[in-house]
Design a protein around this ligand. Structure first.
Ligand code: PLP
Length: 229
């Protein structure tokens, strides 16, 4: 199947209330254009420089989602155009996003990343940390961001029970926090599920999925080839 066919197949099977982010990281702009020509507009990248490069090359009505871990000193490069930042995991990062959004005269939408996986390598906040963050005076002073939801990544496993448990936990946190509504916070989006686990994420209340390899094909393995000195 072509990229266009795979994308359309996934979309037809999704309920209306689910937003599909087509994750195009490491893939060439020509692949993104093929997906774009089907009418799809939402693409996800995990490296800021790569996303900026593609933004410059591609049609300007694409909505770019930053789904990767973010270094604060790079926020400025995406602040003029990014549509949603998924993996915000600290007040310091929110402060920088707010600052760069203000400079660009924008309000930038963000999701807070919750740690649900058992792997040490995955980032994110606990429920207690999120509650504290959202209740803080400093957070309430940020006028150029809008926290619109939560995001999580499950453990890399084929164990269905564990995936159920992790997505269920995130949905639970989402439900606990979603009554909370302030000027710059209203939780509506629950971003969970990738190529291998999105059906389980949808069963557990996801309304935004991030799908890469099932649309664009396998990515080249990105092992860090550091010299072993
Ligand atoms: C790469 C990536 C995805 C997509 O992964 P696939 O398994 O290719 O669908 C989703 N979310 C995040 C945060 C990613 O980095």
């Amino acid at each position: 199947m072509t990229i266009a066919e795979k994308l359309q197949k996934i979309k037809t099977d999704l309920p209306d209330y689910v937003t599909l982010v087509a994750v195009s990281k490491t893939k060439p702009s020509s692949d993104i254009l093929e997906a774009y020509q089907t009418g799809h507009r939402i693409f996800g990248e995990n490296k800021i420089q790569e996303m900026v490069g593609k933004y410059e090359e591609l049609p300007k009505d694409i909505q770019w989602h930053m789904i990767g871990h973010i270094q604060r000193n790079k926020v400025k490069y995406m602040a003029p155009f990014v549509s949603l930042i998924h993996a915000v995991d600290s007040l310091r990062l929110l402060k920088e996003i707010n600052k760069q959004a203000l400079k660009n005269n924008r309000i930038i939408s963000c999701l807070l990343q919750i740690k649900i996986a058992s792997e040490e390598t995955k980032f994110g906040l606990t429920e207690t940390e999120v509650s504290k963050l959202l209740a803080s005076e400093e957070f309430k002073s940020f006028q150029n961001i809008k926290v619109e939801g939560l995001m999580g990544m499950a453990t890399f496993t084929s164990d269905k029970n564990q995936l159920q448990k992790e997505f269920g936990l995130l949905k639970n946190i989402f439900d606990n926090l979603c009554q909370l509504k302030t000027e710059n916070c209203e939780l509506k989006t629950l971003s969970m599920g990738m190529s291998d686990d999105y059906p389980i994420a949808l069963e557990n209340g996801s309304n935004m999925i991030r799908v890469g390899s099932s649309i664009f094909g396998k990515r080249a393995c990105s092992i860090n080839l550091k010299p072993t000195t």
